[in-house]
Every structure is written in structure tokens, then in C-alpha cells.
Design a protein around this ligand. Structure first.
Ligand code: TYD
Length: 217
């Protein structure tokens, strides 16, 4: 099997990052070569961009500036980490990729889809993941999870966690449009239930994709 580029997408609070870590452990336990990474970030330059991107001290950042930051990080990530890792035969599991920019900067911030497409062309030559797990839940649930007292007490919040419910609604709506436009690539995970229920869906996907080859007698 050639190495796969698999992305995890969803609203903040959808649980995708927790399940990505669990998926990586699941694969490692079975001896499958896998690299875990994330966006914005994934390289030293990308992580520096990430710190700037998420820092609340800037207040409102213009949507175009946000888009240029995430795509700058993404180009470096593709060149320095993602493509060489895939070429070396290791699967890449990435927390967010271009779909996040379509949803957050496109619909969330209201940037026209063709501007995002032009940035995508410049930064990635429209590179698409092989598979995208989209963790779906109603915007209200994500919003409430994002604002949970324990999360704020842990300091586990960033600049975009402060957005309003309407922003979350627009982001989710765009994700659902992306899924409808490319059903072959997307696998929808219902993440509105409890953690174990969500994990079972992820595990079923992993078993289907990484099933050991059948030995013929
Ligand atoms: P992430 O680390 O996935 O945070 P969380 O675990 O809270 O979901 O992503 C950080 C934030 O960056 C998240 O609010 C979404 C945002 N983001 C964009 O707005 N555009 C992008 O292209 C990417 C990759 C992330």
C-alpha cells in the first residue's frame, strides 16, 4: 500500500485532536509507520506562525491576513515534512489542512472561495489529502464544549475560541458543503455523542483501511 495522507477536520471542540492521537497510537501498536502532525504548524517556521496566529494579544486579525498566515505555514509544512515523509513510505495523519482554511477563513471570515482557491494553488498546487475524517457536531455543541469552564481554567483556549455562535454555524455549514462536494474523500464521523462512540467510528475506519492483507493458502 502506498503511504496515505489523512487529515482530521472539524470545529474546535469536535474531539478530532484527541482521536487523532488515539489513531496514531492504534497504528503504532500494529507496527504501521505513521507521522503525526498539525496545522497551522508542523515545522519550526510553521509553529512560529501558529503562535502568532493563535495569540489573543492582536485582537481582531483581518481574514486575508489570517489566510496568508495559514497558507504560508502550509507550504513550508508540505515541502519540509508532509511530502518527504510520504515519499519515505510513512503515512501522515494531520490535524487540519486546507479544508480548515475554506471553512474558517472562507465562510467564517467571509473570504470569497476563489481567493482561497488562488492561495491554495500558490501554496499547495491544490494538493488534496487521500482521506479526510470530518468530525461533525452541531455548532451549538462545539460552541458549548469550547466554552467549558474546565477548558478555560486549563488555559486551553486560543484567539478563535472567542468567536460567536454565528461564526461556528458558518464554519460547520461550509464543512458540510465540502463533504457534499467530495464524498469520495470525506468520511463523516458523528462526534456529538460520547467519546467512545466517536472512537468506535474512527477505529472502524482504521480497520477498513489498514486491514492486514489476507494470506491465501
Ligand atoms: P487547532 O489546533 O486544531 O485547535 P482546536 O484544537 O481548538 O481545534 O486549530 C487552531 C485554530 O486554527 C482553530 O480555531 C482553527 C484555526 N485554523 C484556521 O482558522 N484556518 C486554518 O487553515 C487552520 C489550519 C486552522
Amino acid at each position: 500500500m502506498s503511504s496515505l495522507f489523512i487529515t482530521f477536520e472539524g470545529l474546535d471542540g469536535s474531539g478530532k485532536s484527541t482521536h487523532l492521537r488515539r489513531a496514531v497510537s492504534w497504528l503504532e501498536e500494529r507496527g504501521v509507520p505513521v507521522c503525526q502532525t498539525h496545522e497551522p504548524g508542523g515545522t519550526p517556521l510553521g509553529d512560529a506562525i501558529r503562535r502568532v496566529f493563535l495569540d489573543s494579544q492582536w485582537g481582531q486579525i483581518d481574514g486575508r491576513v489570517e489566510a496568508m498566515l495559514v497558507f504560508a505555514s502550509r507550504r513550508q509544512h508540505l515541502l519540509e515534512l508532509i511530502e518527504p515523509t510520504l515519499a519515505a513510505g510513512t503515512h501522515v495523519l494531520c490535524d487540519r489542512f486546507t479544508d480548515s482554511s475554506c471553512a474558517y477563513q472562507g465562510s467564517g471570515r467571509g473570504l470569497p472561495a476563489d481567493w482561497i482557491d488562488q492561495l491554495d494553488l500558490l501554496a499547495t498546487e491544490r494538493r488534496r489529502p487521500d482521506v479526510t475524517l470530518y468530525f461533525d457536531l452541531p455548532a451549538t455543541s462545539a460552541y458549548e464544549r469550547g466554552r467549558s469552564a474546565s477548558r478555560w481554567a486549563r488555559g486551553d483556549v486560543d484567539r478563535l475560541d472567542d468567536e460567536n455562535l454565528a461564526f461556528y454555524e458558518r464554519v460547520r455549514h461550509r464543512y458540510l458543503e465540502l463533504v457534499a462536494a467530495d464524498p469520495e474523500r470525506f468520511r463523516v464521523i458523528d462526534s456529538d455523542g460520547d467519546k467512545e462512540n466517536t472512537w468506535h467510528q474512527v477505529e472502524a475506519f482504521l480497520e477498513q483501511i489498514f486491514r492486514p492483507p489476507e494470506v491465501t493458502p
